[in-house]
Write a protein that binds this ligand. Structure first.
Ligand SMILES: [Fe+2]
Ligand SMILES: [Fe+2]
Length: 187
């Protein structure tokens, strides 16, 4: 795998808009920061998964479903707004020959969460803390500082925020998101 940051930056920048790229760079920086705080030794890999995570975010629905069919991937239980996480992992592998299983797992699990792997959890939380929504909240600094001490707090805040948003829209809550919340809440 070519782990040159400049190379990865260039390939991602060729797939998404400038504003989505700005989010991806923020997520890369947060992912590297949280890796350092929580004992994930390969902080450069943490940075790279942040850059890559939304590589297929702006593709149309048929792009994702075509990749799923090509890879015999069952997607009927995955919400549409999470398609890009799973298609992103396949796309990195087939188009850019990125085969590191840790990288692919982190990309695939960044929206629904639920993985017990440290890098997956770091990216899941970094994606939230690098979102326009999170940055605009008065509690942002508190969220970031508490997450730097306790990653479980970040997992709680992201899953709680996702659940509240889904309730507000009267959309279904994926069981994996509920699992993340239940595994990290104080009760
Ligand atoms: Fe995403
Ligand atoms: Fe993202």
């Amino acid at each position: 795998m070519n782990t040159n940051k400049e190379y990865i930056y260039q390939i991602v920048a060729s797939e998404i808009t400038e504003s989505r790229m700005a989010h991806s760079v923020r997520v890369a920086e947060l992912s590297k920061l949280l890796a350092g705080c929580h004992g994930y030794a390969d902080t450069d890999k943490a940075y790279i998964v942040g850059l890559l995570h939304d590589i297929t975010k702006q593709k149309p629905i048929h792009f994702h479903t075509q990749i799923f069919r090509q890879n015999n991937f069952e997607y009927k239980d995955i919400p549409e707004n999470s398609y890009h996480a799973f298609s992103g992992a396949f796309y990195c592998m087939t188009k850019y020959h990125i085969t590191d299983p840790e990288v692919l797992s982190a990309i695939a699990n960044h929206t629904l969460g639920g993985s017990q792997l440290l890098l997956d959890q770091i990216l899941y939380v970094a994606d939230f803390l690098g979102s326009n929504y999170a940055i605009s909240q008065p509690a942002y600094t508190e969220w970031l500082e508490k997450t730097k001490v306790n990653l479980s707090y970040g997992l709680l805040i992201k899953s709680k925020t996702v659940i509240l948003e889904l309730l507000e829209k009267e959309h279904a809550i994926h069981p994996t998101t509920l699992d993340v919340y239940n595994s990290n809440c104080s009760a």
